[in-house]
Each structure stands twice: as C-alpha cells, then as structure tokens.
Ligand binder design. Sequence first.
Ligand code: PEP
Ligand code: MN
Length: 266
Amino acid sequence: MSATLDIVPLQDWINTNGKPLMIAGPCSAETEEQVWDTVTQIAKEGYAHVIRAGVWKPRTRPGSFEGMGEAALPWLAAAKKETGLPLAIEVASPEHIELALKYNVDILWIGARTTVNPFNVQDIADALKGVDIPVLVKNPVNPDLALWIGALERLQNSGLKKLAAIHRGFSNMQETKYRNSPMWQVALELKRQLPNLPIIGDPSHMAGKRQYLAELTQRFLDLNYDGLIIESHRNPAEAWSDASQQLTPAALGEMLRGMQVRESDV
Ligand code: PEP
Ligand code: MN
C-alpha cells in the first residue's frame, strides 16, 4: 500500500459536519433492554454519529461472556430504527459478516486479536469482496505496524475503499497505568505513511479504567485524530464485559463537553 491509498474520505461516508466522528455504545450487547436503554440514552445526549456494540466477544480467557451472537442483532436493529443512528459491530469471520449484512449493519470493525492473524483477515477480506461497507481496523495487539497496514491492504485488495484505522493501544506483560500502551509513535508513523487513511482513537480499550478516559480522549483530539470510539453502558458496574472502563451515556456526554476542541471544530 502506498501513500496514494485509494480511499473514500470519511466525510463522504459519514457526515459529521467536520467534527471528529463519535462512535459510542456498550462493549457488548447483553439484553434487549440493556441495548435499548443504552442506545436511546446515547441518542438523547446528542454526541454520537454511530452506535457500537459487541455481538461476538473475543475474550482472552475461556469461561467469560462471549457475546449473545445473532440473537443480539434484532435488538440492535430496533435501537437503530428508533434512533436513526448507524450501527457498527465487530466481525471476525465470514459467518459474522454474513449475519451482519443480513441485519443491515452499517459499519464493521476488525478487533485487535483478529488483525494479528493474516489467515483470519484474508477470510474476512474474501467475504467482503464486492460489498461496499466501511471497515475499521483496530491495531493488532502487538506493536507491528506492517501487520496493521497488511490488514488494510488485504481489505483494499478486495475492493474496499471506506477504510479507517482504530488505535486502541498495545498489550503489556506487566500491569501498567493504561491497560494497553498507547505507543503513540506507531500510530503517528501510520499517519505519516498513509496520510489519507482516517484514524480513530479508542480511549476505552487503551485506558482500561474510567479514570483515564478523559486524558486519553483529550490526547487523541490534540493529535487531530479523525474520530473516537468510546464504550458506554446504562449501568457500567453491571456490564458483562469491560465493566471498569465504561461510562453511562450521561457521564460520557459530560466528559465530552469538558474536552478542549480546536477552533476549527467549534
Ligand atoms: C471491543 O471493542 O470491545 C474489543 C474487544 O476491543 P479490542 O479488539 O480492541 O480488544
Ligand atoms: Mn470492550
């Protein structure tokens, strides 16, 4: 892939009036009520352009909640119908893609544990051949820029032009302040090599803890990222995954209102 990457600008696939794209929603879709309450509360707050939710969850260890699967898709479709907000979900296999398309999901993302695996990414790219849908590619769990770019290239080779990267940070052996180290230089190098590729910050998975969300969000904005993807749950303490990093829809609104924005975004 070169700097002439053939890509549709973000504003042409989702108009945010020049503001950073804001994707918000629960880590996981858990129940019909949890999806409805969370999504309608987010919509009422007015900051989100897109709703996110995990339907199939790639958990590090077995025995944790692995997502509701297809059962969650009608709940999300109903919330989308009510709010008019487009919907983004994670996909990791051709089967996930088939179901996402069946339920008219608007945007797909590839998770950090999937980006690392070229076989997996190629299967996804093959399943998306001829499909015109935006795909967001999270950084791989390890700080390997070529692997991140390679995943984008595989999608590009399938004809996808609505692509963006998500920077969610990199795994650590030891406990560190942030759950995943930002390693800003990796993302900045991606921006340098692919200046027309939109890049979205994921403070939720980078921080791992609510208390660090604001400082990371501010940092992404200061670095002129094109958007943010942030987890929000109607009752974060009770969340079935990533309980310690989610905010209520109202708390997320409060946090975002506290951000310093560039003059050009006002
Ligand atoms: C998620 O977005 O909920 C998720 C599982 O993220 P990641 O792939 O960044 O760990
Ligand atoms: Mn999560």
